[in-house]
Design a protein around this ligand. Sequence first.
Ligand code: GLN
Length: 312
Amino acid sequence: MQELTNDYLEEAIQDSRPFASSGNVNMSLPEYDETIKDYLGVTIITTDGESFSAGDNDKYIPMQSTSKIIGLMLALQDFGKERVFQTVGMEPMGDFFNSISQLESYDTSKPFNPMINAGAIAVSALIKGQTVDKRFNRYMDFLRQVTNNEQLEMSKEVYEAEKANGARNRSLAYFMQSTGTLVTDVEEALDLYFRMNSVMMCCHDFARVGLFLAKGGLDLETGEKLIPSHHLRTVKAIMMTSGMYNSSGHYAVEAGFPCKSGVSGSIIGSSPGRMGIGVVGPAIDEKGNSTAGGALIKKLSQDLELNMFGVE
Ligand code: GLN
């Protein structure tokens, strides 16, 4: 097995970076343009506490859909598994992550799973708190604790862009109101969802989230248990089956550990008991996954023997 070192990671970045050329940068995000297309960075933090980084690991990008796993953890904490999965399904979906037609075709209009937009909006409606501000503060407090990064903030520019480009997400939310899936204030659920998407993180922060899932839900600084293990198990299972959208089957086979991507080119990987992985690679494919980042995840899986279903 390949030894994990910074030099190895630098080589892995160089091997994977060319895959950026087959993707496109999501131009609807502020400061996203051709000049950042080739960016690729990674941080790995092992459960022993060792940290390795390479490439553009210090670039801050919006969480986008990687926020969906944080939202799911909080909703599970607040309402438990039974109630959460009364609102949203746990089945993979073959359509694109923002599909609206799927809402009409599945079990009483439940979104298929919490990793697609409709599912995440429905889940964000479950995060407790009296006002959107209070609910978002809880989200930020939790995220800062998990990443051990007090500096994390939402980007106002990204948030404004989310709102301006939010027609599809509004459609999903209002459709869910019409079917009774979304029973709380729709605009508040959307507002929280937009804010959650707009928090800026770098590879180290993404890796810390992966590590949190890989290492039993502990505050790694104090040892306090923040999320019960049975909820983490649920989140990791859903990441494995749906975290890479309609490429999740491919990633289950080729990477074989739970991952979650976002259209900013972010990927959080969690190798249970081994490590958390944070990747930034803004060029994405048509399904919304980082092309170079995805190649890197698959390479890491092979070289470091991370596939949970067995190694070659
Ligand atoms: N902001 C994006 C959206 O709501 C996030 C989706 C994603 O990262 N796949 O459509």
